[in-house]
Design a protein around this ligand. Sequence first.
Ligand code: GYE
Length: 319
Amino acid sequence: MNKFATVIMAAAAAALLVTGCSKSDSSKIKVGFSQVGAESDWRKASTESIKGEAAKRPNIELTFSDAQQKQENQIKAIRNFISKGVDVISFSPVVSTGFEDVLKEAKEAGIPVVLFDRAVDVSEDGLYVSFIGSDFVEEGRRAARWVLENVGENANVAELVGTVGSAPAIDRKKGFEEIIKDHPGIKIIKSQSGDFTRAKGKEVMESFLKSPEADQIQVLFAHNDDMALGAIQAIEEAGKKPGQDIKIVSIDGVKTMFEAILEGKANCTVECNPLIGAQLFDVVEKIHAGETVPARIPSQEGVFDSKNITKEVVDGRKY
Ligand code: GYE
């Protein structure tokens, strides 16, 4: 058994002891969660999944904190969880670097950390117990494969990048580029961050459409649906037809994007599942019981376009 697992076992044993001699809330597993913000429909669904799942479990006491897309707020929230002495800390990191110190502080305090949705870049092992979330590189590859299969070997692509320095922005770009590098006719001719929001996606698309390359853009690859939905508005306002004049592929799979695809205003969305609150609390409960948990827990997801989106699929969509 490694050192960290020993710490977890000891923490679990201590928690059991406390439970035995007190009737207060100490019988509950205290979880501190720091969320990125409320930047997209995906994120809102993620928050609902976490809060909803915690509310269903009488043994969980959740403290939820919104970082409003600022890493400094997130670090503050995590320090606050440490000083409150929660049993488990979980967070979805705004960006992937800069968490090393606070993760070490959590480790020294003997508090296990579960990364949720986004991973971090750290130089040593053992700073967190598990990472639950999607494979963003694969999502980027899936978007590129869709372009190859449905647009062909020649396409000028404009890219709306997610939040600079965030794991999904870095990895989705990486996966997309990995596939197109063997297809020289597919070129990224514009690339800028729209910070994962609808408003920024619209603003950046407007600037693409005012640039000298505007008329060469054949495909839009957006790192999330919200930016794509903002871009659809910009394309329409510029007098072009989204989904036809400019093909649109993005990532997330939110309901509004499904509807846009049904209307022919967008073409494809690669699913990224935000409904992983249940997976999180299953892991939290296992950690608290002293069980070993996998270091990497993937989410299940698919690819959707006009071939498999029907009205029924849209109506059944939970986010
Ligand atoms: O794609 C985007 C959100 O981290 C997977 O964050 C998540 C991303 C998601 O703002 O819509």
